[in-house]
Design a protein around this ligand. Structure first.
Ligand code: AP5
Ligand code: MG
Length: 218
């Protein structure tokens, strides 16, 4: 298939994780979510996790050096051989430059950077209503995606769910500001490289998924 090494961009709650998981399932290209990687590091109590926790709880960005090193190592793992979807990375211009250097060093090419565009006023509801299966990580929403049987995960049958500590309304404000100030400048960066594609993320998840496949020529 075309478009194996992808960047999925968009604001907090824009649907990056939701869409990346669908692409992963359907096309067997692995989702690399830096947010999930950092949350795993926090849960494991690693030095990176210890450093990241307070920054993430404040809704701010973790340092570029940590993120670049994390992705550099992850991309070398065997499951990335068929391509990968970067979900939440890069998030600053230095990270994007770091990614360019990293891909050049590994002899890899970026196929597309996709912006999932959603207006700010939709994001608070998306984030405050989000919850996840504690066992398998499947994502849900109080209003937009409830489990078929209340309290039971559709995928694994798990009955425990969790909510992210950074999905509180006041933290969401800081995350949104970080997106506009530090991450949105990446849109013209990738547009200038001729790899930027935009999908309207303010629609039903299935329609967003279909549009994503269309722009990627899948
Ligand atoms: P990260 O985990 O990447 O969070 P984020 O970018 O804020 O994005 P989210 O995961 O909140 O949203 P999403 O776009 O994945 O939406 P989702 O699909 O879940 O990062 C967290 C933190 O880690 C950062 O704040 C930072 O501190 C740190 N970090 C991570 N990467 C970093 C980096 N590169 N550099 C520095 N720091 C970094 O959808 C949200 C909800 O909406 C779900 O409930 C879903 O079911 C629902 N939904 C999805 N699509 C739709 C739709 N079309 N219609 C209705 N509802 C929908
Ligand atoms: Mg996510």
């Amino acid at each position: 298939m075309a478009g194996k090494r992808l960047i999925l961009m968009g604001p907090p709650g824009g649907g990056k994780g939701t869409q990346a998981k669908r692409l992963q399932e359907r096309y067997k290209i692995v989702q690399l979510s830096t947010g999930d990687m950092l949350r795993a590091a926090i849960a494991a109590g690693t030095p990176v996790g210890l450093q990241a926790k307070s920054v993430m709880d404040a809704g701010k960005l973790v340092s570029d050096d940590i993120l670049i090193a994390m992705i550099d190592a992850r991309v070398d793992e065997a499951d990335c051989a068929n391509g990968f979807i970067l979900d939440g990375f890069p998030r600053t211009i230095p990270q994007a430059e770091g990614l360019d250097r990293m891909l050049a060093k590994k002899g890899l090419k970026l196929d597309a950077a996709i912006e999932v565009r959603v207006p700010d006023e939709r994001l608070l509801e998306r984030l405050t209503g989000r919850f996840t299966c504690a066992k398998c990580g499947e994502g849900y929403h109080d209003k937009f995606k409830q489990p078929k049987k209340p309290g039971v995960c559709d995928v694994c049958g798990g009955t425990e769910f969790s909510r992210r500590s950074d999905d509180k309304a006041e933290t969401v404000k800081t995350r949104l500001a970080a997106y506009h100030q530090q991450t949105a400048p990446l849109l013209p960066f990738y547009e200038a490289k001729g790899v930027l594609k935009v999908v309207d993320g303010d629609r039903d998840m299935d329609l967003v998924a279909a549009d994503l496949e269309r722009v990627l020529g899948l």
